[in-house]
Design a binder for this molecule. Structure first.
Ligand code: URP
Ligand code: ZN
Ligand code: ZN
Length: 460
C-alpha cells in the first residue's frame, strides 16, 4: 500500500516549499502539488506542519561495556526513543575492549540490532588495538558496509590507542577508503591529573572537568589533525566541546586537512556547573569531554550556524543513578555518559531555530544531511527527493511540552534535561514509508530497522 502525505511544507537543507509526497515500496516516488493516489493509499494530512527528512544521529552508544558496567539501552528502547524524537537512523559506535577480537565484536554488535531495531542503523568500527590481523579484518568490516572507523585517544587502559597505533590505523583507513572518527583527549594527561586530584581529596564530580581541561582536548584535536595531515586520511572529531579545540580543528582545515567536526547536544545547553550539584545529581552530568564553562556555548552555536561545526550528534550513553553511584568515592569511577537520543531534535529546534541561533536549513543540514553526506548515506538518507528512502518527520511547531524522565522512552531513570521546555515535536515519523510514531507515541514495529550499508570512499 502506498502512502500520500498531503498539504505539508517540505524543508530540506537547501529548500522550503509546499508539496505532497507520494511513497511506494519504501521510497519517495513523486513530489508535487495536489498529487492523486490510487484507492487504498494511506493518507496523512500534514497541513500546518513542517516535513523534514528523517534525522540522523551520527554518534550513539547502545551496547557498550564500559567502566565496569554496561550502558542501559538496548536496540528496542533506543530505537523507540530515537523515533519518538524524530531520529530515523543512527550510527552506533562499535567499541571492543582492547583484549577483544575486532571482527567478533563487530558481529556481536550487529547481532544486538538485528531483528530488534525499529529504526535504521549503521556502525563506526572502533580500532582499539593494532595487530597483524587488523588490515584483513578491516577489509571484511568495510566490505560488509561499515566504511567508517573510530579511535579513542582517551580512556587509558580501556579503548585508548597510542600514537603508533593511530598512525597505522589512519594509513589503513586511507588505503581502504574509510573515514576515521576520533575522541580527541590526551589519555596520559587525564590519567595523571585524575591521580593528582584524587590524592588531594578532590573526589567529587565537580573535579571531572578539571581533570580533562580544555587544553587536554585541544592537544588531542591537534594531534589527530597532524596525523591526518601526515597520512592523508579523512577524519571527523567527535563531541568537540570547547573553543580552543575548535580553533585548532579549523586551522587544520585551512591547511587542507580533511577534517569534519561534530559537537553533541549536552555541550550546547549544559555547562560545568551542573556537575557541582550535590551527590548523585552532580554525577548525572559526568561525560567526556566534560561539560565546559558556559562561554564555550556561544562558540559552539556560532560555529554550528556558520557550518564550521558540521554535525550535531548526541553521544547518547545512558547510565542510571545506581550506576553513576559507582563513582561516589572518586569521580574517575563514575561511568561517563548522558542520555539524549530522544531529545536532540526537539531541543536543537527549540533553542537553536526558535531562539534565532540556527536557520531552519542549517538545522536540517547539521542534524541530518551533513551526516548522510559524510558517512555515505546521501541521497538515500538526509533529504526529501524522488528516489530517497521515505523517512519523514512531520513536525508540529505548535506543540508545547516539557522533558522528563517520567515520560521519556530512553532506558534511564533520569533526564539530563529534566523540566526543560520544548516548542515543537514530531507529530508523525515514518521509516521507509511506514508510520512508526504518531502524536509522540510509538505505534511501529520492532525489527523494521535495517542495517545501512555504506560504501568505502574512493581510496587513494
Ligand atoms: O562520556 C561519554 N562521552 N561517554 C561515552 C563514551 C565516549 O567517550 O563517547
Ligand atoms: Zn568519546
Ligand atoms: Zn561517544
Amino acid at each position: 500500500m502506498g502512502l500520500l502525505v498531503q498539504n505539508g511544507e517540505i524543508v530540506t537543507s537547501e529548500s522550503r516549499y509546499f508539496a505532497d509526497i507520494y511513497v511506494e515500496d519504501e521510497t519517495i516516488t513523486k513530489i508535487g502539488p495536489a498529487l492523486q493516489a490510487p484507492a487504498g493509499t494511506e493518507i496523512i494530512d500534514a497541513r500546518g506542519k513542517l516535513i523534514f527528512p528523517g534525522f540522523i544521529d551520527p554518534h550513539v552508544h547502545i551496547h557498550l561495556p564500559f567502566m565496569g558496567t554496561f550502558a542501559k539501552d538496548n536496540y528496542a528502547t533506543a530505537s523507540k526513543a530515537a523515533l519518538i524524537g524524530g531520529t530515523t537512523s543512527f550510527i552506533e559506535m562499535c567499541c571492543p575492549a582492547r583484549k577483544d577480537d575486532l571482527l567478533a565484536s563487530y558481529y556481536l554488535w550487529k547481532s544486538k540490532a538485528e531483528g530488534l531495531s525499529a529504526c535504521d542503523y549503521a556502525f563506526h568500527m572502533a580500532v582499539t588495538r593494532c595487530d597483524d590481523n587488523l588490515e584483513a579484518q578491516l577489509r571484511l568490516v568495510i566490505d560488509d558496509g561499515t566504511a567508517s572507523l573510530k579511535i579513542f585517544l582517551s580512556y587509558k587502559g580501556a579503548f585508548a590507542i597510542d600514537d603508533g597505533e593511530m598512525y597505522r590505523t589512519l594509513q589503513l583507513a586511507k588505503k581502504l577508503g574509510a573515514m576515521v572518527t576520533a575522541h580527541c583527549e590526551n589519555a596520559e594527561l587525564i590519567s595523571r591529573l585524575q591521580q593528582e586530584l584524587v590524592s588531594q581529596g578532590r573526589t567529587g564530580p565537580q573535579w571531572h572537568e578539571p581533570s580533562r581541561p580544555e587544553f587536554v582536548e585541544a592537544e588531542g584535536t591537534g594531534r589527530f589533525a597532524a596525523f591526518l595531515e601526515a597520512t592523508g586520511a579523512s577524519g571527523y572529531v567527535v563531541h568537540l566541546s570547547c573553543a580552543p579545540a575548535l580553533r585548532i580543528a579549523l586551522d587544520a582545515r585551512k591547511r587542507g586537512v580533511n577534517l569534519a567536526v561534530e559537537s553533541v547536544l549536552p555541550h550546547f545547553l549544559l555547562d560545568k556547573t551542573y556537575a557541582d550539584r550535590e551527590g548523585v545529581e552532580g554525577m548525572q552530568y559526568v561525560m567526556s569531554p566534560p561539560l565546559r564553562e558556559k562561554e564555550n556555548q556561544r562558540t559552539l552555536w556560532e560555529g554550528l550556524a556558520s557550518g564550521d561545526i558540521d554535525t550535531v550528534g548526541t553521544d547518547h550513553c545512558p547510565f542510571d543513578l545506581a550506576q553513576k553511584m559507582m563513582g561516589r568515592e572518586a569521580f574517575p569511577l563514575i561511568p561517563n555518559g548522558l542520555p539524549g537520543l530522544e531529545d536532540r531534535v526537539n531541543l536543537m529546534y527549540t533553542y537553536g531555530v526558535k531562539r534565532g541561533a540556527l536557520s531552519l536549513h542549517r538545522f536540517v543540514d547539521a542534524l541530518s544531511t551533513r551526516a548522510s553526506r559524510l558517512f555515505g548515506l546521501y541521497p538515500r538518507k538526509g533529504t526529501i527527493a524522488v528516489g530517497s528512502d521515505a523517512d519523514l518527520v512531520i513536525f508540529d511547531t505548535e506543540y508545547r511540552g516539557t522533558i522528563s524522565a517520567r515520560t521519556h522512552s530512553m532506558n534511564c531513570d533520569y533526564s539530563a534535561f529534566e523540566g526543560v521546555a520544548i516548542e515543537g515535536r514530531p507529530a508523525v515519523v515514518t521509516v521507509r514509508g511506514k508510520v512508526q510514531v504518531r502524536d509522540g507515541n510509538f505505534v511501529g514495529e520492532y525489527g523494521r530497522g535495517r542495517f545501512l550499508r555504506r560504501d568505502a570512499m574512493q581510496a587513494g
